[in-house]
Design a protein. Sequence first.
Length: 363
Amino acid sequence: MLFAALLALSPLAHAGDAAAPRIGVNRLHLAWLPRAEQERILKDIAASGATHIRVSLSRPVDKSIEAVEIASRLGLRVLLEIQLANKSYYPESARPRTGFGRVWDIYRLSDLDPDRYRKGLHEALQRIDALGIRLEAIEPGNEINYAGYNGDLAVYREPGPRSPRSIAEIQDRAAFERGLDTYIRVLEISRDEVRATVHSRDGAVVSAGLSDMSAKQADQRGMERLDPGEFIAALRQRGMDSLVDAYGIHIYPGRLPAAALDRRVTNLLDFCQPADLGKPCWVTEWGVANTARSCPVDDSWRENTISAIRAAFGHLMEAKRLTAAFYYDWDTEPSYSLWRCGKLSPAAAAAIEPAETPEGRAK
């Protein structure tokens, strides 16, 4: 624009086992806020009717856990995104790859130290567990198929060069592939650590939500990225399917007619399958921009777009290829935010409305 073994042979928690798909909202960076502000925001989210929330485990970790505790106390079910940019997971000698001032500097995934990662994650999950909190799911990493969140992918000094269309074209392919190997270790550790908890031992492990950025957009930004399907395939070849319950993916389809939106969503999620055939997907971010800043906000056209996307999600959910969708974002991104002018618009309410099931609405 983003948890250890029950036993080594224990079965994976099944991301599609719940009676209803998870429909939620993102509210990241709560760790940067005072507790009173965390309380205010999370109370608004809970009062809106939202049932699920995606929050981050980031520095400062104490404040991240504080936000998880508040959300859980308010009855929100938590998807915990584990930010791999946390410098505690890297050797002191590691240095972030530069973004040349056009995007943030970011650590190389290939530099991540699995032992440091295990230590940090273990401590955090055990503290959350000691509070009696059950995590719905954990999601190690965010958009790691894109240079903005994976320092093994290049940011060009200036846009201009053609960005890669395949792994074979990546500037530092050897480092990138080492990063993929490291990420498999991250998933293995994450699964072990979440299975070692009492309250979250059945929580789903979701792979990092991948960016849907197109090659054309990457060319314009001067950054490397890979298609989600190719990235997933590379991780599957390394054994990812034995470690995760679902694949994470992000969708920002832009302003398209309803039929085109359906095609865009369906094509992007073509690698998502029911659990008996493969792995379903969790859309851990999706969003529709409305640049209007006036109050009251005119959100009528966004309501139509959101309804079309929710309909596309609904078809995939009925086929059990999609089991969760979290809207981005609640109140921090001016164009994407659901909370406008002190309330939810009808479009915003439609984005987080619980999914229908044969047994009725999700509870």
